[in-house]
Design a protein around this ligand. Structure first.
Ligand SMILES: Cc1cc2nc3c(=O)[nH]c(=O)nc-3n(C[C@H](O)[C@H](O)[C@H](O)COP(=O)(O)OP(=O)(O)OC[C@H]3O[C@@H](n4cnc5c(N)ncnc54)[C@H](O)[C@@H]3O)c2cc1C
Length: 336
């Protein structure tokens, strides 16, 4: 056996919320063969399996029975405009390497924490760009059978912070590689307000992907609490998507409420605005708090437990429901 399986491992440094959850068993794998071996080892012992990447979109709510598999496979392969990245590659590394190689499309997704393998799970997105627009195929291993699978873009059923991996294939596959189709011509996507403000200060004909990537990094660093300083998983709630009739009604009652029209005619509301309007920044349950810096982010002030975080999330959801009659959906994965 090539696996180094550890017992009773504290996961505080393996999740960006810094929850002190324990894994009964944990293995770091750095090849596809090791992934298959780890799955087979767990199957023989009837252990449940949990997959962990960078832990930046996971709320490790309670200690994990069975085996936690941490995917650390590395490698980025470029052929023409096609890029194949291994699941354990840090996402931001992929963004930087593709820009360096003169391949464009990922610049607005600069500095999103986590690893490549988790990126399709919630179809990561930022500043008007979603991963789904670039995905050709996702390669995975079936957790029950150990068989390799290839899913096309359509098979992935991508939606807003959603995909088949959060639905029918939740906890059923381990993603091993993501294959992207990027472009050689650079088409800046600058229609988000923060980027428009930045664009006004640039000479339009000279904008480069490196500059956009740097601008996105600067905007993010100013807006979002840094998980290295205070535990968090970025946006804790999705922006509610509502139909046009409800939007027209809501904007009369709440004139300042920001919203963006979507391609299908629905409207996406700012969940941060809803939470901020209720004065919930700073609200605490135990040691979990709504960030003072960004209302959409729940932070660990030091000793928060999974139950503190989930209790706080419920209070925010309840207050938004009471005032606006809108459900707020949690964005990260609650594990288990
Ligand atoms: C400060 C901050 C800012 C953020 N900003 C954004 C943003 O702008 N846009 C955005 O979309 N997200 C954002 N996120 C969320 C997060 O970074 C992304 O969702 C990221 O893709 C998660 O990657 P990860 O490796 O850390 O996932 P993890 O938390 O390790 O895993 C997330 C889920 O995917 C599963 N998983 C992980 N790897 C695999 C695999 N190889 N195969 C199968 N399942 C797997 C896990 O079991 C879990 O269910 C932010 C987070 C933080 C902390």
């Amino acid at each position: 056996m090539t696996l180094n399986i550890q017992r009773q491992v504290l996961l505080t440094n393996r999740n960006t919320l810094r929850l002190p959850t324990r894994a009964e068993y944990l293995v770091d794998v750095d090849s596809e063969a090791q992934i298959v071996e780890a799955l087979s080892y767990a199957r023989q012992r009837r252990w449940p399996v949990t997959v962990l990447g960078g832990g930046s979109n996971s709320v490790l709510a309670q200690d994990l029975a069975g085996l936690v598999i941490c995917v650390g496979t590395r490698g980025i392969d470029v052929t023409g405009e096609r890029v194949v990245a291994a699941a354990g590659e840090p996402w931001d590394n992929l963004v930087r390497q593709t820009i360096k190689a003169g391949l464009f499309g990922l610049e607005n997704l600069t500095l999103i924490p986590g690893l490549v393998g988790a990126a399709p799970i919630q179809n990561i997105g930022a500043y008007g760009v979603e991963l789904a627009a670039m995905v050709e195929t996702v390669h995975a291993i079936d957790m029950d059978t150990g068989q390799a699978l290839v899913l096309s873009n359509l098979d992935c059923q991508f939606g807003y912070r959603d995909s088949i991996f959060k639905q029918a294939l939740r906890q059923r596959v381990i993603i091993t590689q993501v294959c992207l189709q990027l472009r050689r011509d650079f088409l800046p996507q600058l229609d988000y307000a923060d980027l428009q403000r930045w664009q006004v200060l640039q000479a339009p004909e000279n904008i480069t992907a490196e500059q956009v990537s740097r601008a996105v990094a600067e905007i993010r660093q100013k807006k979002l609490p840094d998980p290295a300083m205070v535990g968090n998983v970025g946006s804790f709630f999705k922006n509610p998507q509502i139909d046009a009739d409800l939007w027209h009604q809501l904007r009369q009652d709440f004139p300042g409420l920001p919203a963006r029209e979507q391609a299908d005619g629905s409207w996406k509301l700012s969940a941060a605005w809803l939470i901020d309007a209720l004065g919930l920044k700073g609200l605490k349950v135990g040691d979990a708090a709504v960030s003072d810096q960004h209302a959409l982010v729940l932070v660990n002030m030091g000793k928060a437990t999974g139950q503190d975080v989930l209790g706080l999330a419920r209070q925010v959801q309840q207050q938004v429901m009471n005032r606006f009659n809108l459900p707020l959906e949690i964005e990260p994965v609650i594990v288990p």
